[in-house]
Design a protein around this ligand. Sequence first.
Ligand code: PLP
Length: 433
Amino acid sequence: MKELLTPPPIVHNQHAEIRELFNRYVVPSYGRFDLVLDRGAGSYVWDVSGKRYLDLGGGIAVCALGHANPEVTEALVEQSRRLLHVSNLYYHGPQGRLAEHIVTHLAPGKVFFANSGAEANEGLYKVARKFGHDEGRFEILTAINSFHGRTLAGIAATGQDKVKKGFEPAVAGFRHIPFNDLKAAQDAVSPATVAILIEGIQGEGGLTPATAEYLLGLRRLCDEKRMLLLVDAVQCGHFRSGRYQSFQRILEGIPGAETFQADGVSMAKSLGGGFPIGAFWVRQESHGVALADLLGPGTHGTTFGGTPLGCAVANRIFEIIERDHLEQHVRTTGDWLKSELERLARAYPVSVKSARGLGFMQGLELQARETIPAFAGSEKPASLQMVNRLHEAGVLTIPSGNQVVRLLPALNIPRAQLAEGLGIIEATLKSLG
Ligand SMILES: *Cc1c(COP(=O)(O)O)cnc(C)c1O
């Protein structure tokens, strides 16, 4: 039988072509959504077919000032005309100024620059090990459902089995404790324990903020046992909570919290607004040790850490956030967003269980998949099915576990655009029946 030849498509199918490149040439380590994105402006992005989406995921809390921000572009262009990279064998202005910005927003201490969140955390593990080395202490306690990155030590630190599976043996020296459970932390301390590392708001673990009592209790415990209190602020830091750090917001107005300080804080995601940069801050002194000077010459380093280009961009982002009072915007608009999500939880109890989070790090916790009629027929987790439906409706959000849909919008998103997104989320919830 003669085969019928279909004529070639007149419109060049970029979507299929790019997907095919990924299928053939890119390691398939990510579960990707079927979207091929092409450009962005502010909190909108467009796919290759020209469809527009409101981006409420912000590149997983990275795009602090939205997409294609003209002032960020200007900082990139200006600095790239002057000096891209020189290596850490030399001094340069942008790194010194960025370190000053970070210290000014936290407390006296010093900063090391890395390239990602996982790598920033690696630095904290090394600080902790160096601190406890001469006493033979090395163990770091981290929380169940935490997320600390995908390096070997990162997956050992992360309190989720799914990231560890297949990559054994695990890096030694990490043990997990239930989050927000002070008694469990007290009971878990062994003679080898040197530090406790927690997220201020668990990002991958369902948007759970640390309680004030937990933060203060961990501080007391670390003071008693000569341990370091380390905070992974890779996702929840950089003004996302409505304060520079989420623990500053959580502890506001709490008696006894005025003097609270962490011993180390890791950061990345929003710090470069899309330019890859990570960092950790370490306190000047803790337990009588000059913690900020613990990693002396030759003990730690990375080729690309704190390049003039990355630091110039991060400095500009700090300046814009301050100039435009975005901390206040995130606080007031974030409180409103939370109340709107709580309203949705009350109005659509068949699909939504609760609203949780702080500032511009919010989550809508869905009911179990089997109990949502529209989702029961598919094996896919409820969070994924909801995110897919929102894509069809023109909104980008991020799943967190099987149950939670995360909103991590740009810090400068106008309230009207958030309202537009909430309208689409509500219409989608309505359509679930
Ligand atoms: C994203 C994230 C990391 C890892 O950062 P990478 O840049 O992906 O290495 C670590 N901790 C938390 C809390 C994160 O959200």
